[in-house]
Design a protein around this ligand. Structure first.
Ligand SMILES: Cc1cc2nc3c(=O)[nH]c(=O)nc-3n(C[C@H](O)[C@H](O)[C@H](O)COP(=O)(O)OP(=O)(O)OC[C@H]3O[C@@H](n4cnc5c(N)ncnc54)[C@H](O)[C@@H]3O)c2cc1C
Length: 321
């Protein structure tokens, strides 16, 4: 049994989610654990992949791979899977990873399971676990045939830097004509201070209870004081109060920080499914009967306009001590 983990990188930085998947794959053991890094600067990242558990790292650098487009990556991975006879290929969830994994599954006529929140080996076979029915149950999923391709939910596994030396291998870059038909015309970066919601240990989220977009400053101040990221519900994103990229939930992102502070959020099931994997959930809501209190570790019944600034003040004061 041998596993290949796609280590997504952007501008020379390996994505934490993918490194977490690598750590999980390494912990499962059972054969070679390899990684594939594609795009400019891939070779320079190989040693880091080794430190995170990859005994072999396939690197592919070519001008045609510079833009974060999926099809050229599918070409590279398909060749690597064949060359290394990998029977499992794993991805950390992202927009790019979803495209690459789906493309690879189609190319190799392989099975793809996504939104995995755990992976185990049972009687030598890989079994995935994924939430279903609005995250109310967790089901076991398997694969017919090979390779087994899986996408792991963002933030599920923590990276572990307990690997060592790694063997670096150049991956074949033989691109199909149709794979180079798409070109990247423009790339824009969202301005962001602090960690992204997928990577943050602390998230402060705002909902309709804020009352207006200007009050997101309260949430931002608390997030800054805690060194965290800001998230939002769909209600406020749809209202144009905050960018879509910050939306957590069924049609947004799934997050699992150590601490999730929900401010003025009712706790609708569609929001819950995106954040219930958080270690500790703190809710601030003026309605004692709000559903969010049913799945919070700590609840504050009160007006967020009073509670949140006070909390920010206390956090700042404690940090200054
Ligand atoms: C198909 C589908 C997909 C969806 N996907 C998502 C998704 O991905 N993510 C998502 O979030 N939602 C999603 N939704 C929407 C979801 O159903 C809820 O409508 C939404 O989550 C509610 O957002 P909210 O909690 O900000 O607003 P509300 O439900 O309006 O809650 C506001 C809360 O603020 C409290 N409040 C008001 N004023 C104050 C105050 N001064 N101080 C303290 N508390 C106060 C209120 O008591 C209330 O509980 C989806 C819905 C559907 C149908």
């Amino acid at each position: 049994m041998s596993t290949l983990v796609f280590l997504e990188q952007h501008e020379g930085e390996l994505q934490k989610g993918a490194l977490g998947v690598l750590a999980k794959a390494a912990s499962l053991g059972g054969g070679e654990i390899a990684a594939a890094i594609v795009g400019a600067g891939a070779s320079a990242l190989a040693a880091e992949a080794g430190r995170h558990g990859a005994v072999k790292v396939w690197v592919a650098e070519d001008p045609a791979l510079d833009a974060p487009l999926p099809q050229p990556r599918v070409d590279v991975l398909a060749k690597v899977v064949a060359a290394g006879s990998y029977d499992t290929v794993l991805f950390g969830a992202s927009v790019l990873a979803a495209d690459v994994a789906a493309g690879l599954a189609a190319r190799l006529d392989a099975g793809l399971n996504w939104d995995l929140v755990d992976l185990v080996r049972e009687n030598g076979r890989l079994v995935g676990r994924r939430p279903a029915l609005g995250d109310s149950v967790v089901v076991d999923v398997g694969w017919n045939g090979s390779p087994a391709i899986g996408i792991v939910r963002a933030g599920t596994f923590e990276p572990a830097a307990n690997g060592g030396e790694t063997e670096v291998v150049q991956a074949p870059v033989e691109l199909e004509d149709f794979s180079t038909a798409a070109t990247m015309l423009e790339q824009a970066h969202e301005e962001q201070a602090g960690p992204s919601i997928e990577e943050a240990d602390v998230i402060v989220a705002g909902g309709r209870g804020l009352g207006g977009p200007e009050n997101f400053a309260l949430v931002e101040d608390l997030a800054k004081a805690l060194g965290g990221a800001v998230a939002a519900t769909r209600a406020v994103v749809d209202a144009g109060w905050y960018p879509y990229a910050a939306q957590v939930g069924q049609t947004g992102k799934s997050v699992s920080p150590k601490l999730y502070v929900a401010c003025g959020i009712s706790g609708a099931i569609q929001h819950k499914v995106g954040m219930q994997g958080s270690n500790v959930i703190v809710a601030i809501n003026k309605d004692a009967n709000a559903p969010i209190f049913e799945f919070s570790d700590l609840g504050v019944v009160g007006d967020l306009h009073q509670v949140v600034p006070k909390l920010t003040e206390l956090v700042r004061a404690r940090k200054e001590r």
